[in-house]
Design a protein around this ligand. Structure first.
Ligand code: SF4
Length: 457
């Protein structure tokens, strides 16, 4: 399950953080479009909450919903979780032994073992399990130490932000730092943690840095404290820069936009198309790739598609039907940009191949394109993600089962090229040893079976 999480802590009782959380979640909407929720606190022991299936502006469409979320601190989450049951929607809420609300992005790999520790409580989700474990640790420990303890016992990858009934906020990133988490502030008025720096920006705060892998931040009415609980062993998710994150975000010390421009440049160097008449990027992730490809080769850049309606990520839609409808809803081709032309079509990733095949067919058969040369800004996707990003299983991944030449034929392209793995790591400027490249290589930094991959349900 992919998620976007945010927590904001105001240092004055005058702040009403629900609206800020709402805008922060809007900025994180691309990380999950199935459910969302907000929990706030006014330091009086109550946790005010609202969560439901749907997009942020649908779930919080009524002003009275936001008004009822009282307090100067809060957390919020968007998820790509397909389940619609309220008990499973984040933020998770646990009443005892200590009242806790929690937002979680990641995957726990030893769920079965950990579930035994919270008996007789039966957690409905990994977020609820993490919240229950934290709540128990809080009985005897300061929140910083409670989280440090959990870092030793929870096997998996995660970024999390927690609100306690006492009006404290705790944020943490696992020792591998696979999932992003950034921190920012608005002077001495409020502190914010969020999956991506774009959410820090939209609420007017200044982005400060990433949380280091294994680092914990603690907020109360008097102070902010930090603790490096575990030695960092970075394995940053490389897919964030290719596809998952917004281009206006900074993640793991590098600009997503710059990384995407570098990817486009390297694509052009690895496999230029001679005598092409126009470069078209598939909106919207591949646009920076296409701009850089055009700059590098001197082939003019065109606008090939207009997006219709909301930005819906068709690759992560759960059914074949929705994927098909998603493609047609998403992209309206501009006929005059492609009719009779030799085109370089730049895309961000090719998962099952269905979207690319439909796009190429539409361009050739209905828009009259002469030649279509597909260039993909990610290396071959050959394995699923054991850490919660929605990469489908291997038998559904076109690159895992066919050679690049065969993929080109299946999608109907005149030529086809994936970015090389080396091209990606060079573009990110992060050493390979500090990256997770699991879905591109099948080699994972934390074995999926470590601690038992059984999720206990
Ligand atoms: S397997 Fe892929 S999507 Fe999952 S964390 Fe690693 S690089 Fe990211």
């Amino acid at each position: 399950m992919g998620s976007g999480i945010i927590g904001i802590y105001g240092f004055s009782r005058l702040w009403k953080m629900a609206r800020f959380l709402y805008y922060g979640l809007m900025a994180l909407q691309h990380r999950g479009q199935e459910t969302c929720g907000i929990v706030t606190s006014a330091g009086n022991g109550n946790l005010y909450h609202h969560k439901a299936p749907g997009l942020v502006d649908q779930v919080f469409s009524e002003p009275k919903i936001i008004e009822a979320l009282k307090g100067w601190m809060g957390i919020g989450c968007v998820t790509a979780m397909p389940e619609k049951e309220l008990g499973k929607i984040q933020p998770a809420l646990v009443e005892g032994p200590q009242k806790v609300a929690l937002c979680f992005d990641g995957k726990i790999l030893n769920v079965k073992e950990l579930t035994g520790r919270v008996k007789p409580f039966v957690p409905q989700s990994e977020a609820e399990l993490f919240a229950a474990l934290f709540s128990r640790e809080l009985e005897e420990k300061h929140p910083l130490d409670a989280m440090a303890e959990l870092m030793k016992t929870v096997k998996g990858v995660y970024s999390t932000v927690i609100l306690t009934g006492k009006g404290e906020m705790v944020a943490a990133r696992d020792p591998r730092g696979v999932k992003p988490l950034t921190i920012g502030s608005f002077g001495f008025d409020y502190g914010v943690v969020a999956s991506e720096s774009c959410a820090v920006d939209v609420i007017g705060a200044d982005f400060k840095s990433d949380l280091k892998p294994g680092e914990i931040y603690y907020f109360d009415s008097q102070s902010i404290k930090r603790k490096q609980a575990v030695k960092p062993q970075p394995s940053y998710c490389a897919f964030e820069h290719v596809y998952l994150a917004r281009p206006d975000s900074w993640i793991n010390g590098s600009s997503v936009y710059n990384a995407r421009m570098e990817i486009g440049k390297r694509l052009a160097k690895e496999n230029p198309v001679r005598d092409a008449e126009v470069v078209l990027g598939v909106p919207e992730t591949a646009i920076p790739f296409a701009v850089a490809y055009s700059n590098e080769t001197g082939t003019p850049l065109g606008l090939g598609f207009v997006q219709t309606g909301r930005r819906v990520r068709s690759a992560i839609k759960p059914t074949q039907f929705e994927r098909l409808v998603g493609v047609q809803l998403k992209l309206n081709p501009i006929k005059t940009a492609m009719a009779g032309k030799k085109i370089v079509l730049v895309d961000d990733s090719v998962v099952r191949g269905t979207t690319t095949k439909n796009t190429v067919s539409l361009m050739r058969n209905r828009m009259g394109a002469k030649e279509i040369h597909v260039r993909v800004g990610s290396p071959r996707l050959v394995a699923s993600c054991p850490y919660g990003t929605e990469v489908p299983p291997e038998d559904e991944l076109i690159a895992a089962n066919l050679t690049p030449g065969e993929v080109g034929k299946v999608v109907g392209a005149d030529s086809f090229h994936w970015l090389s793995l080396r091209g990606l790591t060079d573009a990110l400027g992060i050493p390979k040893s500090r990256l997770c490249l699991g879905c591109f290589s099948g080699k994972y930094p934390l074995p999926p079976e470590e601690g038992g991959a059984d999720d206990g349900r």
